[in-house]
Design a protein around this ligand. Structure first.
Ligand SMILES: NC(=O)C1=CN([C@@H]2O[C@H](COP(=O)(O)OP(=O)(O)OC[C@H]3O[C@@H](n4cnc5c(N)ncnc54)[C@H](O)[C@@H]3O)[C@@H](O)[C@H]2O)[C@H](O)CC1
Ligand SMILES: [K+]
Length: 489
């Protein structure tokens, strides 16, 4: 049993939280429910830390971190509580935070909206709740938070931080100068980067996020692909597809999929016997040929030269199982150190060589049996363990395709439940390899493999709505592009 965990890991970044929140909402648990649970957990901690007649000051920002504390105030309305909102109520940034500010009107809690942080009069509180900033912090502390933070720091009250201290440097665990160093932290759902370095005790409160929201890929995972606005050609990834030989369609499918998944430039290198027919599939492809009818060992120098100019390489589609082709792939993998997706026959080579490449392998059950353990009849935990073990053994990220895809880098395991039985049709594996290749150019291997499985499966579900079991692989790249377009990425 290798030491692996389900999901995104123990410590979650702000981006991870965004993914989990959106996946949670997609599973039917609303953000408002998470805020209610967060605020309630925080209220319990405040009540435990305060004496019955203590004065409690809640200093809230205009995001959901503040929103959590509005819920906290409502749970503590039998105590002497004042809420100080840093800004005008109409500037509260989210609907659920605004709703919880509004809900305070009925509670016997004094609410103050502080226009200018110099007006922040805390009236000598015994306990202060720091709910100014949470995982949504960006950059250096700006006004009015900066002055408010100093005001809090200047008191001798007990400070309880909501989710994270508002001035926390996630990288070092230091609280920025002039920001409140908490006596206690109540963080929601999972620890956040930097918290473990604090002296203060950190309580991690369960807020009811379904395990599936982290375990399974969901629409929230697409949020990782938000493309920086200033991206220019070449940022989106230059991909090399190495394949073709017995088959011409496979490398073309992989190349088209890479383009539809956002790659900027896709070059296919294939034997001259099929180069023209690959080019014939789409003018968008740049096709380069090597002599002969198979990729072979005498082509490897050329392949290495081409691979080093690329952000990701997809090896395998249509390669065929000739001994010299496998030897060529093994030689290639031993000589490159970039990001590589190895599919089909390339998987065996990937399992046989030491490589410095950042490798993703995409076996189906049959190919997996050759590189990992047999998983026939295995339940999900057993599948997860087999894939995590194979990933550790191969020092690669493994995407085991199946009715449920299982993805692991050896430390973490996720599953993908999109897709349908119609996708056993030939060519879907090539589309997946190309999609993962494009994502691998811009994301880390675990993210690229998971998102690739999610997107291609979702594309297959759309195709099945149109064509039933008659869906064909060449439909899928366009659907991948459409899904990305609908999510604005
Ligand atoms: N699943 C969960 O863990 C949940 C967490 N919750 C809470 O939500 C916050 C994150 O909320 P978000 O709205 O994304 O951002 P923040 O409230 O942290 O801050 C945004 C707010 O602050 C302003 N701002 C950003 N950076 C700065 C800065 N450097 N200086 C000044 N002001 C800044 C920005 O303009 C916004 O107004 C998380 O921490 C949890 O507390 C959910 O409630 C439930 C699920
Ligand atoms: K905070």
């Amino acid at each position: 049993m290798s030491a692996w965990t389900w999901g995104l890991g123990e410590t979650l970044t702000g981006q991870d939280i965004g993914v989990v929140d959106a996946n949670t909402a997609a599973l039917g648990v609303a953000q408002m429910q998470l805020m209610e649970s967060s605020g309630h957990a925080l209220a319990r901690a405040v009540r435990a830390a305060a004496a019955p007649d203590d004065r409690i000051a809640i200093v809230a920002g205009r995001g959901n971190n503040g929103g959590d504390a509005f819920v906290t105030a409502r749970f503590l309305d039998d105590l002497d509580v004042r809420v100080h909102l840093l800004g005008r109520p109409e500037t509260i940034g989210t609907e659920i935070a605004r709703a919880n500010w509004g809900a305070l009107a009925t509670a016997s809690v004094e609410r103050r909206a502080v226009g200018d942080s110099r007006d922040l009069a805390l009236d000598d509180p015994d306990v202060i709740v720091d709910a100014m900033l949470g995982t949504g912090i960006t950059g250096e502390l700006r006004e009015p938070v900066a002055s408010a933070a100093q005001t809090i720091q200047d008191t001798d009250a007990t400070v309880i931080a909501a989710d994270v201290p508002s001035g926390l440097d996630a990288a070092t665990g230091d609280c920025a100068p002039g920001t409140p160093v908490p006596d206690r932290v109540v963080t929601f759902h999972r620890p956040k980067p930097g918290l473990s370095a604090l002296d203060a005790p950190v309580e991690t409160a369960d807020i009811g996020v379904p395990a599936e929201a982290e375990r399974a890929l969901g629409p929230g995972d697409l949020g990782r692909l938000d493309r920086p606005a200033d991206s220019h050609k070449g940022d989106g990834g230059r991909i090399l597809v190495v394949g073709g030989g017995p088959y011409a369609g496979a490398p073309a499918l992989a190349a088209l999929a890479a383009l539809r998944a956002g790659a900027d430039l896709v070059r296919v290198v294939a034997p001259e016997s099929v180069a023209d027919s690959i080019q014939g599939y789409a003018p968008d492809l740049i096709v380069e040929s090597v002599p002969g009818e198979r990729i072979g060992s005498d082509h490897v120098d050329r392949l290495v030269a081409l691979a080093t100019e690329r952000d990701a390489v997809v090896v395998g589609p249509g390669l065929g199982g000739a001994e010299d082709s496998r030897a060529a792939v093994a030689d290639l993998l031993g000589r490159i150190d970039g990001r590589v997706v190895a599919d089909a026959e390339a998987i065996d080579a990937a399992a046989a060589v030491e490589t410095d490449a950042d490798l993703v392998v995409t076996p189906h059950r049959g190919e997996f049996a050759r590189v990992g353990r047999s998983v026939d009849g295995a339940d999900e935990p057993a599948l997860a363990d087999a894939v995590a073990t194979a990933a550790s053994d191969l020092d690669a990220t493994v995407l085991l395709k199946g009715p449920t895809d299982v993805i692991s880098n050896g430390e973490r395991v996720r599953v993908n439940r999109t897709g349908n039985a119609g996708m056993t049709v030939g060519g879907t594996g090539d589309v997946l390899a190309g999609t993962v290749g494009a994502l691998l150019a811009v994301e880390d291997p675990m993210v690229a493999a998971g998102l690739g499985a999610f997107l291609v499966g979702r594309a297959g579900d759309r195709a099945a709505e149109r064509s039933g079991r008659g869906l064909i692989a060449s439909e899928l790249p366009d659907d991948v592009g459409a899904i990305l377009g609908e999510h604005g990425v």
